[in-house]
Design a binder for this molecule. Sequence first.
Ligand SMILES: NC(=O)c1ccc[n+]([C@@H]2O[C@H](COP(=O)([O-])OP(=O)(O)OC[C@H]3O[C@@H](n4cnc5c(N)ncnc54)[C@H](O)[C@@H]3O)[C@@H](O)[C@H]2O)c1
Length: 370
Amino acid sequence: MTKVLVTGGAGFIGSHLVDRFLQEGFEVRVLDSLDPKVHPFGRPAYVPPTVEFIEGSVTDREVLAHALKGVDVVSHQAAYQDYMPDFSRFLNVNAVGTALIYELIVQERLPVKKVIVASSQAVYGEGQYDCTAHGFLLPTPRSQSQLTERRWEVLCPRCTHPARPRLLQEEHTNPYNQYAVSKLAQEKTALGLGWIHGIPTVALRYSVTQGPRQSLFNHYSGVCRIFVSGALAGNPLIIYEDGQQTRDFVHIEDVVNANMLVLQQDAADAQAFNVGSGRATSVLEYARLVREKTGTEVEFRIPAEYRTGDNRHSVSSISKLQALGWCPTHSLSDILDDFLMWVEQSGGIPEKVQDAYSNMKQAGVVLAAG
Ligand SMILES: NC(=O)c1ccc[n+]([C@@H]2O[C@H](COP(=O)([O-])OP(=O)(O)OC[C@H]3O[C@@H](n4cnc5c(N)ncnc54)[C@H](O)[C@@H]3O)[C@@H](O)[C@H]2O)c1
């Protein structure tokens, strides 16, 4: 029987992978630190009791060495994700933790046959754009002064006219914030060391993944939780910038299918792939759908505020993974239906989480334009 280690296996994506691996006849071991920001009540009930569970961190050499023993496949999902300014922790957990996996595989000569690492669309930073006059550009994040003037679109640095976003292609990464930099460092570490030491490795750059078991506590879990909790509580939905910024939402089942596909296909080795929908949804469109699905009449508030480090448009091209035979099967409507069902099963979104907005304002993460 093939044995797989799922790091972060108590989390949203990791736990769905655990279920699929079990269904497919794998023997599963989980390593998860049960980060209290994600799991304030400890080990979640959805982690099957039959699974071998190691509570500990991927940054702990001894614990990780124990977790890697006898394993054929590593599905590395554990990560630190937040918007808060504890910069070093991102690199420590996400990049150093990944390096430690390879260090142990190489030093202990472990017979690991494949490693799949969870990367992120965040590695593209502000994205990939075209200026009508000056062609292709990889922009820096929009400056505070630009945002203060409510000039929300990405501007060409040469002519300062708004540039047009492209679908994000795998070859152009350009991260800036602490999470994005740590995810690219993680992926480069994995693909580089995997290549040099002959350990088949694939990096999957997930877009905004949604579905049941998404943490209702973690501030990072973003727009879906924030809008749904606002709508259900009858509070206005606060929309950053002008609401025309676009995102790419993908269903958890499609993400799990992508993992299973690259596990089986050697042709995927030593590469990074986008896993998204290939479809742009504006934040305003998303808010409208939340209002419709929750059957509420809440107002939208657009106070010309922005979140530092946010990108304007982030929609991935999915043609590279499609060429290997993967295709997303869920619509945005399915995604929201499943998330709402999960919120209902969980007894609603915890009240104290609803002030993520004021927390971020206090921490200087959300700022007002002029
Ligand atoms: N959910 C998304 O939209 C999304 C998008 C892009 C990339 N990703 C990546 O996918 C992976 C899974 O994300 P998720 O949404 O399931 O997050 P999650 O927070 O639900 O799960 C992460 C799990 O990792 C565990 N963890 C955190 N630090 C750890 C450590 N030091 N050692 C061991 N375990 C640790 C947490 O306790 C949690 O159970 C992450 O690598 C993330 O960067 C997620």
